[in-house]
Design a binder for this molecule. Structure first.
Ligand code: TYM
Length: 328
């Protein structure tokens, strides 16, 4: 069975972008692949997190993984810090990563360009930790949204470099992103990715948003003045984003939806998108509440960490031996 691995960094409540671009794929693939889905808590603290809020976000993220349909009998679900090999291999891989490579990472470059102050070394070197997250498990595929593809490409480069220097050690993973929904944009500014750090509160839908609030955000979404419903990403990015959101959640394509709505008004399309989104949020939130009430999270994480650790410690031991870190 091929293996698939991915993670989410809950620096806030998970977003509709996380769900459409990543989480729903973990669930889709769990029957066909061995899925390893972890919560990247070390990645969260590359930017300061209020401890109480972080704890809540981590727990919510696990509950949302389960609510989305990840089945702990099939998938391995764990917290990154419960498997210390991630941090250990992350350090080792940092010693095989060039500064020039980290300088090219767009996420870091964007933050620098915006003039953000006090960026940390943790944030800068985080692609090395992400490479470790992946390479510890030799996955075949890494399902991610578009914004994370560059990090998976770097992971492949680091793996190939290590393999060439020593001997074949790591499998080179393939990033996997869907044709539809790999980059959901902000509802208030369709030139920006929908993200937890959206400056406008109306641009981002959170999976735990009250559905009435989510509906409001969709009804206020920025569109254009063409007045015609077409699936034209270049000319009508706001409208296309709405089509893409609804299409991803209802297994169709933006083009097919645009045809269905051709000749109708933007308001009507927005109402439909809101219905589709709210129906997903309603069922997700219902299961989320059940999961919290059933108190299953700690057991799921404990079992997941044990399974993950059994794979990770072997890989770290191999790497340490090849590098010459051991005296035996
Ligand atoms: P993070 O937490 O920023 O995002 C988690 C996943 O959600 C996807 N995503 C989106 N997809 C479509 N549209 C959007 N607007 C959108 N926003 C986010 C991301 O592409 C990602 O797939 N570094 C990673 C977490 C990580 C990881 C890993 C992922 C750590 N180690 C190993 C894969 C493998 C991150 O910050 O993702």
């Amino acid at each position: 069975m091929k293996r698939m691995l991915s993670g989410i960094k809950p620096t806030g409540s998970l977003t509709l972008g996380n769900y459409i671009g990543a989480l729903r794929h973990f669930v889709e693939y769990q029957d066909e692949y061995e899925v390893i889905a972890f919560i990247a808590n070390l990645h969260c603290i590359t930017v300061y997190q209020e401890p109480k809020e972080l704890r809540k976000n981590l727990k919510d993220a696990v509950a949302l993984y389960l609510a989305a349909g990840l089945d702990p009998q099939k998938a391995t679900i764990f917290l990154q810090t419960d498997v210390p090999e991630h941090a250990q291999l992350g350090y080792i891989l940092a010693c095989y990563t060039y500064l020039g490579e980290l300088n090219r990472m767009t996420q870091f470059k964007d933050k620098m360009a915006k003039g953000e102050q006090n960026l940390t070394a943790g944030l800068y070197s985080y692609p090395c930790l992400m490479a470790a997250d992946i390479l510890l498990y030799d996955p075949d595929y890494v399902p991610v949204g578009d914004d994370q593809k560059q990090h998976v490409e770097l992971t492949r480069d680091i793996a190939a470099r290590f393999n060439n220097k020593y001997s074949p050690t790591f499998k080179l993973p393939e990033p996997l992103s869907a044709k539809v929904g790999a980059r959901i944009m902000s509802l208030s500014d369709p030139s920006r990715k929908m993200s937890k750090s959206d400056p406008s509160n109306n641009g981002c839908i959170y999976l735990l948003d009250d559905p009435a609030v989510a509906k409001n955000k969709i009804m206020r979404a920025v569109t254009d003045s063409y007045g015609e419903i077409r699936a034209d990403k270049e000319k009508q990015p706001g409208l296309y984003n709405l089509l893409e959101i609804a299409a991803s959640l209802s297994d169709t394509t933006p083009e097919a939806l645009a045809l269905e709505f051709s000749g109708k008004g933007y308001g009507e399309l927005k109402k439909y998108v809101a219905e589709v989104v709210c129906s997903s949020l309603n069922s997700l939130q219902e299961r989320y509440r059940e999961i919290l009430a059933n108190n299953v999270i700690e057991d799921v994480l404990k079992e997941g960490a044990e399974k993950a650790h059994r794979i990770a410690y072997k890989k770290l031991a191999t790497v340490s031996r090849k590098v010459g870190l051991e005296i035996r």
